[in-house]
Design a protein around this ligand. Structure first.
Ligand SMILES: Cc1cc2nc3c(=O)[nH]c(=O)nc-3n(C[C@H](O)[C@H](O)[C@H](O)COP(=O)(O)O)c2cc1C
Length: 220
């Protein structure tokens, strides 16, 4: 084990103090806040005509990027479509049932994953040379990119809800067409779409059941 530099020791001490401070000066979320994030939050099928500013989109990413990924690899790539022109480029890739829900959304995020994510590992994980582990193993590279971009997409939805926005996630689209349209000449692949805005409660369906603890969990 190599000796830590003074600079590294200070960075670790600062991180520990920052974490201690937030834990010691805040309460866990209350029931209502948990309901907004999970318990009563819903997937949206329609949208109010209320704008989501570019600043809000940027704030959304600033928190999303802080969610954990393996070896801090951050493979998620995000295209936030706001203009009518770009929405129209997306439209042919959508399943017919999804067209009205998507086209009326103020923002449509394409959550993608970069198969060249390991090119950034010297910045993201500077203390260890992990890039060859990914570059040399295609299966691990793809599963890591897909797994962690899915997580990052989920973080995006939770951050959006915490900011008072609503989400409509979608996988009913032609990934290949989306990749050709929005990620040509890159090694980025689309994972799923997430409509973002202020949801129209009159378009919400009945709540579908979830699996009970005993059906899918065990404590061992
Ligand atoms: C990855 C993903 C893909 C989805 N794809 C679609 C879709 O293509 N079309 C659609 O109408 N809903 C889609 N949904 C919405 C789900 O049907 C919805 O989240 C689920 O039924 C739970 O609804 P609730 O959050 O309102 O309880 C998708 C959700 C997720 C997470």
């Amino acid at each position: 084990m190599t000796e830590l530099t003074n600079e590294q020791k200070k960075a670790i001490a600062d991180a520990q103090a920052t974490f201690e401070d937030i834990k010691n000066t805040s309460e866990p979320l209350n029931e209502k806040q948990l309901d907004l994030l999970f318990g009563q939050a819903r997937s949206m099928n329609g949208w109010l005509s209320k704008e989501v500013s570019d600043d809000m989109v940027k704030s959304l990413y600033e928190l999303t990027k802080m969610g954990p990924t393996s070896t801090n690899c951050c493979p998620g790539r995000f295209v936030f479509i706001k203009s009518q022109e770009e929405k129209e480029k997306l439209e042919p890739a959508l399943l017919p049932n999804n067209v009205p829900k998507v086209m009326s959304a103020p923002v449509i995020a394409i959550i993608g994953y970069d198969l060249d994510f390991s090119d950034h590992m010297t910045k993201l994980f500077p203390h260890m040379d992990v890039a060859p582990m990914y570059k040399g193993n295609n299966e691990m590279n793809v599963s890591t990119a897909f797994r962690n971009s899915s997580l990052q997409g989920a973080y995006l939805m939770m951050v959006a809800r915490a900011m008072g926005l609503d989400c409509g996630p979608m996988s009913g689209f032609n990934n290949q067409l989306v990749d050709e349209t929005f990620f040509s000449d890159t090694n980025i692949k689309s994972n799923f779409l997430c409509c973002i805005g202020y949801g129209d409660s009159t378009k919400i369906f009945q709540r579908l059941p979830r699996l009970d603890f005993d059906e899918v969990c065990k404590i061992i």
